[in-house]
Design a protein around this ligand. Sequence first.
Ligand code: ATP
Ligand code: MG
Length: 593
Amino acid sequence: MTYPTIHKDPADLRVTPNLPAAGWPGFSWAVARSWLDGLPDGAGLNIAHEAVDRHAAGPRAGHVALRWLGRHGERLDLTYADLARRTSAFAHALERLGTAPGDSVFALSGRVPALYVAAIGTLKARRVFCPLFSAFGPEPVRQRMAIGEATVLVTTRTAYERKVAALRDGLPRLRHVLLTDVPADAAPPEGTLSFAALVAGEAQEYAIAPTDPETPALLHFTSGTTGTPKGAVHVHEAVVMHHASARFALDLHPEDVYWCTADPGWVTGTSYGIVAPLTHGVTSIVDEADFDAERWYATLREERVSVWYTAPTAIRRLMRLGGPAQGALAAPALRFVASVGEPLNPEAVVWGQDALGLPVHDNWWQTETGGIMIANTAAADVRPGSMGRPLPGVEAAVLRRGPDGVLLADGRAEVLGPGVGGELALRPGWPSMFRGYLHAEERYRRCFAGGWYLTGDLASRDEDGYFWFLGRADDVIKSSGHLIGPFEVESTLMEHPAVAEAGVIGKPDPVACEIVKAFVVARPDAAGDGGLTRELLGFGRARLGAAVAPREIEIVTELPHTRSGKIMRRLLRARELGLPVGDLSTLEGGEIP
Ligand code: ATP
Ligand code: MG
């Protein structure tokens, strides 16, 4: 089914959008750079200065920067001035500990204020910050700290004792472990320090040293959806993109109350959960708790969230749990909702309209791109199922692919016209582009061909420049001469009222090469028996045609997800075919459901 375009009525937008529907002719990265201050006296560019210190030195000093909502109802507001003081103290502490610029500071912590202080303080001191997802088990933690040569770890007592203490011998570069939940006057476990005690005596002003924009700033591991996670290195110049893309794709205005639900253990939770909102001087909500539909609706309502950035998996869970009436009352101040991480099913875009009074705006990017590249924006019409159009300054194209990757003729790639599927590629040169995969030079090199960065995703572009996600190159199914993207089949199945979520794979077949197999999670009220399977097979055939429709459907209670919320199709496939399951370090729950 094709969903109609959602037209934007300027009267509904409430504020003047930062990006006109027609785009921004004449935009350049130099323009975006001019929206930032730079360090005083031309001393370069530092993320911490743009995010915190410049606001703390001006009229926004007393504005709430972070509003922390603790798991059990605790609250803490930190103003820009507070954040400047605390992060300065942490930067001094890092120096006093004897760390050097370029050393890496890891965090293994839930969303507590100290995590945010550590992130910005680390950047002030020109060390490299690497947040890990707090629910990682010991081995994923060890692996990543070894690759990233962690010098300092900021964590909690329990996480340290359960996950790190026994591994310390294998991490010879790890010199300091700082515990955020040990009070300044309590004795920390042997070999660790209390974070609070460490920063207590430090000066609360810190002059950031000159910072070349190419200085490494952040290390982020990818989600591990397609294989072993890669460590992508980002530099201080990335802040130009964080700021500009939040202006364009999230439509941030200074008076917004903004909530990004992603954990800083993933790039979204750092680029758009820490840096970008602070560069705009907004109030950013940090919720320590995990997904809980009632709590989320209450947060949207009571905190008067105006801009909300979340993920398809969360939206699908809300859709599964609550009818529109519950949501419609939820958010009086909400004026813009965006989603990232996975394809957003058209069903979910439209659900937003019913439940929240606003469509959900899909946008696309990757750990490697460091910032949003393609987006449905506030003023532009939304085409449900499309990831939107490239942001100003971003050049995206669809390149012709052969079975093994992009085809080059005389070193050049063929850019495909509207309606033809191929590899989604970006012209290198945007500020937040990753500068390498740590210790994986060859893997990095393979991401480029014919003057393009190859994303590993397949997409097509329509006549009006909207991009449509087809699937990851690794996930595409070849069946009887057709190339089938799992997303299309999954979205269609989700249109059936009994389907809550679907994951689709190709299963080898002697005749068709592969057949489409779907794993379906039924809604709680749907009967999960053979009748439903038969009905869905028929529904798929009627909607998609026999060539594309699933030939096998299995009803399951859960699909395997990465901890960042993506369906792990490679695991569905491995399990189906009895193949080795590969790297499961990012699997949610840690066990194969
Ligand atoms: P790995 O690279 O380790 O396999 P990953 O690609 O899932 O993991 P991320 O960088 O977190 O790691 O995710 C980026 C990918 O997520 C994109 O390449 C794309 O496949 C998918 N993605 C993100 N946003 C969207 C979107 N709006 N629509 C479709 N796919 C999306
Ligand atoms: Mg990837």
